[in-house]
Ligand binder design. Sequence first.
Ligand code: SAH
Ligand code: DHB
Ligand code: MG
Length: 221
Amino acid sequence: MNEQQWTAMDEYLCDRTQTPDEALEAALKASTQAGLPAISVAPNQGKLLQMLARMSGARRILELGTLGGYSTIWLARALPVDGTLLTLEAVEHHADVARGNIERAGLSGVVSVIVGDAVDTLEAFVRDGIPPFDFIFLDADKQSYPAYLRLVLRLSRAGTVIVADNVVRQGRVEDADSIDPDVIGVRRFFDMLAADAHVSSTAIQTVGTKGWDGFSVSIVS
Ligand code: SAH
Ligand code: DHB
Ligand code: MG
């Protein structure tokens, strides 16, 4: 089996489960044109995020790592009209591209892109005592996943769902001797989940247009 087959299968699944969407396609195109890396979630992953957010009845969504706003658009569409999505991005240029894409998708009213290191922004949220989020998507730098988890748990309530992207990295995360900061970060993240009696988790490997990777899903109690 190879990546070409995974991609062909992904394309078949997306074709059978999704209808072409102008705003999402425009977001990818604008992101490529602006020189952003092609590391957004795949369309079927984006739809899964949207469905998980809907299933959890989310009214307040937090995203770490906006890039061009592709996953943001999927998630924001899960919200009721009075819902809110805050998405945190370190790179000003990414945030600019994302704002354009979000505007074109008609979602500027529910989405705020906040520029800065996500750790700083989250610390400010904790200090300010903002209301908890219902659904949280971790997708910024992988080496900071432990810091992100510690902070987002302080912005959660019983029932908050936390999804973390890229927790497999072509199987590299299984290597306990890895010196890759991303791998070390994801492994510490899993250690924290394992040690926390108030969080129940699973993690799933994926293959497809984005290669071999995976995501975790956690619920806070
Ligand atoms: N969620 C996006 C992809 C995000 S890629 C999607 O699926 O469409 C990861 C993003 O995290 C990049 O845009 C990167 O600039 C941002 N990032 C990296 N380190 C960060 C940090 N410390 N704080 C906030 N964002 C960061
Ligand atoms: C990378 C980051 C991501 O969020 C992703 O989905 C895929 C790859 C990366 O930094 O390589
Ligand atoms: Mg990702």
